[in-house]
Design a protein around this ligand. Structure first.
Ligand code: SF4
Ligand code: SF4
Length: 296
């Protein structure tokens, strides 16, 4: 089983549209959406959820209002200003202290120092993850709570589950919509993958993003291929990026011209391959064939 991760330096490069198009070209694949901070592969693939589970990225403090005596010790000790006089009243006081789960960093200081043991340390539910069926095969995806930061851990979990399903069902490919950027979630998306396809655009930021991503994938020794999307909006920059890629030892396997089909297909909840049999569809097919060949 081969594992392909599609990534980009930033959002909006067409990464998810290209991943979805690959999903409709692959014959026997498992799909995973590891872009957990802005998951939108499900918008095109319309997964039917078969299993749903809570995701806990770590533990957090929780004040039991019925026990709190309002001494304010916890609020004074919390270095993250996560505790405020914002909880419901009890038989002793009109308001108790409460922990803001978004700000709590789980350092456990308040738990240790509460004189009446009113604070417990509990697994925080940061989101949900799902195993679903799509018209192109099984898909593992997630929904992270607002302002949650443990996405690297969630990405690792999604990949692990997707791999397990791929092995169980004897699939020959795992196609991952990876996280953008170069931070923890993208590292969690690509570590140990067989190949990474970087989708970039012919802009100065696209050029810089490719350099940064290339450095990252080189550090992990992962085969890195490049797709320049909207290649015709700046042919000079496209040529420059292709030269840069060459110098960095990366293979450009696709130059896709700007096409409104990207947006229109998304609106129709269809992949580019389903939406159009035109030249864009052909170019993506050619890129896919090259990818399969490169994966060996
Ligand atoms: S330290 Fe304990 S008792 Fe004091 S305010 Fe905090 S939760 Fe309430
Ligand atoms: S666990 Fe640490 S960060 Fe969280 S509320 Fe307590 S003192 Fe603040």
């Amino acid at each position: 089983m081969k594992e392909l991760v599609v990534i980009s330096g930033k959002g909006g490069t067409g990464k998810t549209s290209i991943t979805a198009a690959f999903a409709s070209l692959a014959q026997n694949a498992v799909l995973a959406d590891c872009d957990v901070d802005a998951a939108d592969l499900h918008l095109v693939l319309s997964p039917k959820i078969k299993q749903e589970q809570d995701f806990s990225g770590g533990k957090q403090a929780f004040i039991h209002p019925e026990k709190c005596i309002g001494c304010s010790k916890c609020a004074k000790m919390c270095r993250f200003d996560a505790i405020t006089l914002n909880g419901p009243g009890n038989s002793l006081i009109a308001k108790t202290y409460a922990v803001d789960p978004v700000s709590c960093e789980g350092c456990k200081v308040c738990v240790e120092f509460c004189p009446v043991h009113a604070i417990s340390f509990e697994a925080a539910i940061n989101g949900k993850w799902f195993i679903s069926d799509t018209r192109f095969g099984p898909m593992v995806h997630a929904k992270l709570g607002i302002a949650e930061e443990n996405s690297g851990k969630l990405v690792t979990l999604i990949r692990k589950e997707a791999k397990r399903i791929a092995q169980e069902q004897k699939k020959d490919m795992l196609i991952i919509d990876g996280s953008p950027g170069i931070g923890c979630p993208v590292i969690a998306s690509i570590t140990g993958a067989d190949a990474v396809l970087v989708v970039t655009e012919p802009t100065l930021s696209g050029k810089h993003d490719l350099e940064r991503v290339a450095q990252l994938t080189a550090n992990f020794g992962i085969k890195t291929l490049v797709c320049i999307n909207k290649a015709d909006i700046n042919s000079e920059m496209t040529d420059q990026i292709a030269r840069d890629a060459d110098a960095l030892g990366l293979k450009v396997i696709g130059k896709i011209p700007y096409d409104e089909a990207f947006t229109k297909a998304q609106i129709m909840k269809a992949t580019l391959i389903e939406y159009t049999g035109g030249s864009i569809s052909e170019r993506i097919r050619t890129m896919w064939q090259e990818l399969v060949y490169q994966l060996g």
